[in-house]
Design a protein around this ligand. Structure first.
Ligand code: PEP
Length: 250
């Protein structure tokens, strides 16, 4: 049995007052079930608040980005060792917004992935195709190249303590979700691609689906054999929705 995981990506949203209510709602809301690992990925300035609010709860937490460098003259950057030092467990790596808006190449993503793993963080590695790439029929090539870049650099064994997230760019924040079968097809492909390097790792790694996951579609997505949970943006900002999605994965 692979670990079921639901991770919330708050993106650049939040305030001290709003986060307090959201975190309290999540802690109460997830207390009624088990069997799923719930993770909150918050903006850097709020990690201290997340750390304090989630300290005695089963909810894990982390960041949405990190530097590929360990220390030194990198103004504005945050290293993996700093996140680890502070108690974070997870960090999102290679989100499509980082790739598209901030110019993160597959090489940079691979370096960040390895930096996270080397520091003892669990990287949540995002891969996904754009709408034009899907319509051109090259989804598998795109996600395969994104995955290979990381495996070639960090080694397939690094996936033992990592999470993979398939996030079709056309489904992120658009309200347009991949059908469960569309998502399953790509998840199966990704697992097979990992299996070509190590069948054992492929069998163990959790692959999350991300892209407009909501309480209304989470159950049918998570019922697919290669979908092990979700990476959730918009719906992670409402405690009741996030908890319902977590429950659907439990
Ligand atoms: C995301 O940001 O990773 C995401 C999947 O967003 P949303 O759930 O809002 O589509």
């Amino acid at each position: 049995m692979r670990q079921k995981i639901v991770a919330g990506n708050w993106k650049m949203n939040g305030s001290l007052a709003g986060n307090a209510a959201l975190l309290e709602g999540i802690v109460v809301g997830i207390s009624g079930f088990s069997g799923v690992e719930c993770v909150v990925c918050a903006p850097f300035p709020y990690l201290f608040q997340v750390q304090a609010k989630l300290a005695d709860s089963p909810v894990l937490w982390g960041a949405q980005n990190l530097s590929q460098y360990d220390r030194g003259a990198y103004t504005g950057e945050v290293s993996a060792s700093m996140l680890k030092d502070f108690g974070a467990t997870h960090v999102i790596v290679g989100h499509s917004e980082r790739r598209a808006i901030f110019g993160e190449t597959s090489m940079i993503v691979a370096e960040k992935f390895r930096a996270a793993g080397d520091a003892g963080l669990i990287p949540i590695l995002c891969v996904g195709e754009s709408l034009s790439e899907r319509e051109s029929g090259i989804t598998e090539r795109i996600v395969g190249e994104q995955l290979d870049a990381v495996i070639d650099f960090a080694g397939v064994d690094a996936l033992r303590s990592a999470v993979l997230a398939y996030e079709p760019v056309w489904a992120i924040g658009t309200g347009r979700t991949a059908t469960p079968q569309q998502a399953q097809d790509v998840h199966r492909y990704l697992r097979a691609r990992i299996a070509s390097r190590s069948a054992e790792v492929a069998g163990k790694v959790s692959i999350l689906y991300g892209g407009s996951v909501k309480p209304s579609n989470a159950g049918e997505l998570f019922a697919m054999p290669d979908i092990d949970g979700g990476l959730v943006g918009g719906a992670s900002l409402a405690a009741s929705e996030f908890c319902e999605i977590c429950r659907a994965a439990a």
